[in-house]
Design a protein around this ligand. Structure first.
Ligand code: NAD
Length: 386
């Protein structure tokens, strides 16, 4: 039973939700940014990919993931990454005339070969397989090799939660991060995601890289000529550095937690966990043997892992307890200077609300210009803003 205090807090939260933005990424979407309707971004990505020879259904799978990334406020993994996939298809290093296939399977598991098609095609195939298995066996665990960059991990975990299941997704990536006490970039940003359904369409969606930040954020600081905070990166000697250039040129990203003193070895452990589920389990390339970031001379052969779990196989009432848990956290009294306590998935939900208010996804002027340049280069109709 909610106390009077909790009720007042809930009213305050509702008011705050209407009036304010949180301090994180989605608050950066300034009023001056131009919005593009979601369907228009989807159309643009699909047409760009088709122009370089991508099959229509593969282009749609990719566009779904990239548009969802921007819609949820993860601008680093949306339109911003389109040239990466264009280069992969244009160079022929990623193919679009094949389909993923099952190498081996049991009631609850499958080993998949992505056959070097676009990552989202492999991801959708594998997660749909995991969902089918979870509905029959209670759990579906699929490990895929022969894949490519699959976009945001949360797209796949949410495919499962939309069907009342718990979903998890993982991928290995090009070596950019430096293990605790080392000096060489050896592991990727290796993201992991868990989506867990709560009541009435609410859900917990943890979707995170296992490095403190993405490389793009460090590049941005370098371009602006400003220092980076502690815990973001190391120089070529493995020493923590606040100079973005030394991190980009021969150094690497730090794992979640930062230095050994502040628990960075736990992020290192999580990154290894992702690699165990992905590269080691699937037999794909792993660790420092994965091709360098943005290299299009070598096939990526990434490893990925997709898990679906039917909560009905355990204690009844999972979504009710899930709702209680997220509510308990959201209703906490905020720390001094803060407005509200969030759970994973809330910042993204707020960004989606912002898009709805703006009639589309707001893009930074540089992103709009990137779209214009691409449309000229490929002969594709420009994105129409709202
Ligand atoms: N395919 C790839 O190679 C690759 C590699 C790295 C990252 N990614 C993707 O990039 C995206 C961004 O990753 P990221 O690590 O920069 O995300 P992030 O740091 O912005 O957010 C990570 C998680 O923290 C949650 N969160 C943020 N603020 C919070 C708060 N105040 N309270 C509670 N929870 C909060 C978010 O909801 C999210 O689940 C993800 O979608 C990830 O899958 C993909």
């Amino acid at each position: 039973m909610a106390t009077l205090c909790q009720l007042f807090r809930a009213i305050r939260l509702l008011q705050a939700g209407r009036q304010t933005h949180c301090q994180c990424f989605y608050s950066s979407a300034s009023d001056s940014w131009q919005a593009v309707p979601v369907q228009e971004v989807q159309r643009f990505i699909e047409e760009c990919m088709a122009t370089v020879g991508t099959r229509a259904d593969h282009a749609t799978s990719l566009a779904n993931n990239l548009v969802t990334a921007d819609h949820r406020g993860h601008y680093s993994h949306g339109l911003n990454r389109l040239d990466l996939y264009i280069n992969d298809i244009e160079s022929g290093i990623t193919v679009s005339d094949a389909e993923p296939s099952i190498i081996r399977e049991s009631a609850a598991t499958a080993h998949v070969d992505g056959n070097n098609v676009l990552g989202p095609v492999v991801g959708n195939f594998s997660m749909e397989l995991a969902i089918q298995k979870a509905k029959v066996a209670g759990v579906g665990w699929v490990a895929a090799k022969g894949s490519n960059h699959f976009g945001i991990a949360g797209w796949y975990s949410m495919l499962a939660s939309q069907q009342g299941l718990l979903g998890m997704a993982f991928t290995n990536t090009s070596p950019l991060s430096v293990p605790t006490r080392a000096r060489k970039a050896t592991l990727g940003t290796n993201p992991l995601s868990l989506a867990a359904p709560a009541r009435s369409g609410d859900e917990f969606v943890l979707d995170m890289a296992t490095t403190t930040v993405a490389l793009g954020k460090i590049e941005l600081h370098d371009r602006k000529g400003i220092k980076i905070p502690n815990s973001w990166g190391v120089d070529k000697h493995g020493r923590e550095s606040n100079d973005p250039k030394t991190v980009i040129e021969g150094g690497g990203l730090m794992m979640v937690g930062g230095s050994e003193l502040t628990g960075g070895y736990k992020g290192y452990g999580l990154s290894m966990l992702v690699e165990v589920f992905c590269g080691i389990l699937s037999g794909s390339t792993f660790g420092p043997d994965i091709r360098k970031w943005r290299n299009t001379d070598t096939v990526a052969n990434l490893g990925q892992c997709f898990i679906a779990i039917d909560p009905e196989c355990f204690a009844p009432g999972f979504s009710d307890r899930m709702s209680d848990l997220v509510k308990m956290c959201r209703m906490l009294e905020p720390a001094e200077g803060e407005e509200e306590v969030l759970v994973a998935g809330d910042p993204e939900r707020k960004h989606i609300e912002l898009c709805t208010r703006r009639g589309g996804i707001p893009y930074h002027p540089n992103q709009i210009q990137f779209g214009i340049d691409l449309s000229k280069k490929l002969g594709v109709k420009q994105m129409q803003t709202v």
